[in-house]
Write a protein that binds this ligand. Structure first.
Ligand code: GLA
Length: 331
């Protein structure tokens, strides 16, 4: 719950929104499919230093003002009175690593801007505002997964979201495993990527086009939705069947590589290394075209694993143990 912001409220007020790593359910959130992301303990902090006047948001990278204007425009279109504010942004998320730094920024802005006029939006409506603002700011026709994860995160859990019905629930992460994120160091910007093209190809396929490309895109999404269901089943049975998880994650990576064509040689290399170094499960995560892999690694191996995968990789990687954390809120 957000307390509406008024001029009388003591400033600064501080809002926090986390990034996410997606466990499974990739490129399924713009066709009503299932996703299973985890909110991280890395994210965006937004400090409101003044209420009223023009909307002015500063950050070390230049993008924050563009996002702020997009969120304000989105809110205005939905009939929200948007007051001006001054705010500064800091982030602990690596930019372009596939951990949704821009979604976290959008969610933090939507939280702060809806707190200003004294009206409050519900969780998934806030996610929708941030999602549409992202498309407005960048032209990328993204789904809702990243923003929903940033809002719905819970410590120690993933968020299972059905992007059709918008029903969601928390799913506990497997005991005895660390969630490791390895950034390939290959930077991407989604607006320059084939994201929109992939979405069009998928939609063509869903509309019945019979060409091989469209059919492969649909095959990925249909099989991926089934894999999400299966991962949730595995995570809910004790003890967790790590071999089964590994097999599903391998299939997911192959499907993204071959049928959806969003992996890169660097991501493929990291996934192979991860299995070789003792990960129970590993696959590329996020939109692809660069960015990161996610791995579930037996906890006792995790510290060595992060060192070893960085050393073995042909490029320059960063590996970190991710902490599944709570969702966006006012601090
Ligand atoms: C990006 C988008 C999400 C989702 C993923 C792929 O992160 O912002 O909406 O489509 O790619 O699963």
């Amino acid at each position: 719950m957000i307390t509406p912001m008024s001029a009388a409220e003591p400033l600064p007020r501080t809002f926090w929104a986390p990034g996410r790593v997606n466990l499974i359910g990739e490129h399924t959130d713009y066709s009503g499919g299932l996703v299973l992301p985890v909110a991280l303990d890395l994210g965006v902090t937004l400090r409101v230093t003044q209420v009223g006047g023009p909307l002015r948001v500063t950050s070390s990278d230049g993008d924050a003002q563009r996002y702020a204007e997009a969120v304000a425009a989105e809110l205005a279109e939905r009939g929200f009175p948007v007051a001006g504010l001054e705010a500064t942004i800091t982030t602990t998320l690596p930019i372009g690593a596939g951990l949704s730094s821009s979604a976290a920024l959008g969610v933090a802005l939507a939280l702060a801007l809806t707190a200003v006029p004294g009206e409050v939006l519900g969780g998934l409506e806030l996610a929708e505002v941030a999602q549409h603002a992202e498309t407005r700011a960048t032209g990328v026709p993204c789904g809702m997964m990243d923003q929903a994860a940033s809002i719905l995160g819970r410590p120690g859990h993933a968020v299972l979201l059905d992007t059709e019905s918008l029903r969601w629930e928390h799913v506990r992460l497997p005991a005895g495993h660390a969630l490791v994120v390895v950034d390939s160091g290959v930077r991407r910007r989604l607006e320059q990527s084939a994201y929109a093209t992939r979405r069009e190809e998928l939609e063509r396929g869903l509309a019945g086009a019979g060409d091989p490309v469209a059919r492969r895109r649909v095959r990925h999404v249909e099989s991926e939705n089934e894999r999400v269901r299966e991962v949730v089943r595995v995570l809910r049975s004790e003890p967790v069947d790590a071999d089964r998880l590994g097999k599903i994650f391998r299939d997911a990576h192959e499907s993204l590589r071959v049928d959806f064509e969003v992996s890169t040689p660097e991501l493929d290399e990291l996934v192979e290394l991860a299995y070789g170094l003792g990960a129970s499960a590993a696959r590329m995560t996020g939109a692809g075209f660069g960015g990161s892999i996610v791995a579930l690694v037996p906890s006792e191996r995790a510290a060595r694993f992060t060192d070893e995968i960085v050393a073995a990789y042909s490029g320059s990687a960063t590996a970190r143990v991710g902490v599944a954390a709570g969702g966006a809120r006012e601090l």
